[in-house]
Ligand binder design. Structure first.
Ligand SMILES: CC(C)(COP(=O)(O)OP(=O)(O)OC[C@H]1O[C@@H](n2cnc3c(N)ncnc32)[C@H](O)[C@@H]1OP(=O)(O)O)[C@@H](O)C(=O)NCCC(=O)NCCS
Length: 290
């Protein structure tokens, strides 16, 4: 029997019934591989947020909750924004469009409140999240946080340094609208290389796993590329020291180039000699609100 969920039968609902919030705990545990109860976001916190400027959505396949999203009202010195803390989809339902449906509904509801910006953080070494956030949703990144959460016990983050990109999703822009509707044209890796984009880092392949070799921190081209491993999970299996080395390699490069006003604007996937290669595109002079 084919168990693949059909995207069109997924419903996105703003949660109301207190019992529904409890189900988000199951989704979180499955999506992040959380074994301990104490690090899921508890249902009562979600209810509090829902009633005080936040947003909690559930994605349903029939009566089963298969995904959830939780965000709170955010503010910094300049503006009010929505802070999207978690988006999670049951493992069996991932890469089937559920996450995109949750984010699209979040965008609609936040826009209705008159807010233009949604922010969240993500691990820049999680290539899938990077692709989802930057390429599919059209978020950008220009801020780097060192070890934001300290050590975390869930299976995606265990033993890792929790460095994070801060994603900015300018939801009223034409660029984001085009990206969400698949109308945005992206430069390919070969076009970028032909256009003389600079390559920040050198990597090599050893036993099927990419290792960082060195970075050039003095490039001056308007467009730069930075390679990350296609699967940090595979790197971790090879050795946690190597995974941490990748984090520090990233940190050095992004702190340097974010400091020089470069912005991450795209994620490129390339297939070379049977290997998936993943690159961040950084641009100088990019105007997020244009
Ligand atoms: C990140 C997450 C919410 C995305 O939800 P999802 O339902 O899997 O994503 P979608 O199917 O809507 O993705 C839309 C696109 O992004 C791509 N994508 C999403 N996750 C991907 C991954 N891990 N690797 C590669 N591509 C990925 C999809 O292939 C799809 O692209 P396509 O339309 O070109 O095929 C989900 O994978 C998840 O719960 N991950 C674990 C928890 C987590 O890390 N959450 C994010 C941090 S808060």
């Amino acid at each position: 029997m084919n168990m693949r969920p059909n995207r069109s039968r997924i419903r996105i609902v703003r949660l109301g019934d207190p019992r529904e919030y409890l189900r988000t705990e199951l989704v979180q545990r499955d999506a992040w591989g959380i074994e301990q109860a104490d690090i899921v976001i508890p249902f009562h916190m979600m209810i509090a947020a829902q009633h005080h400027g936040g947003l909690v959505l559930g994605a349903y396949d029939g009566r089963k909750m298969v995904g959830c999203l939780f965000g709170i009202a955010g503010r910094d010195k300049k503006r009010q924004f929505h802070y999207s803390h978690i988006t999670g989809v049951l493992r069996a339902y991932q890469k089937r469009g559920v996450g995109l449906l949750l984010k699209k509904r979040q965008r609609d509801l936040v826009l209705k409140e008159g807010i233009d910006l949604v922010k969240w953080t993500f691990d820049p070494l999680q290539a899938g999240n990077a692709y989802f956030n930057i390429r599919k949703l059209g978020a950008i990144a220009r801020e780097y946080h060192r070890d934001l959460y300290g050590r975390m016990p869930d299976s995606l983050n265990k033993f890792m340094i929790s460095d994070r990109f801060e994603a900015e999703w300018w939801i009223r822009t034409r660029r984001v609208n085009n990206m969400l509707h698949g109308k945005k044209k992206h430069l390919s890796l070969s076009q970028l290389k032909a256009g003389e984009a600079g390559l920040i880092n050198e990597t090599d392949l050893e036993d099927g796993v990419r290792r960082p070799v060195k970075s050039n921190l003095n490039l001056n081209e308007d467009r730069l590329l930075f390679e990350i491993p296609s699967s940090i999970e595979k790197v971790k299996v090879r050795g946690l020291d190597l995974a941490r080395k990748w984090t520090l390699h990233n940190r050095r490069a992004f702190e340097n180039y974010f400091g020089k006003k470069y912005i991450v604007t795209d994620v490129l996937l390339d297939r070379e000699d049977d290997e998936n290669r993943i690159y961040y595109l950084l641009e100088r002079g990019f105007r997020p609100l244009a």
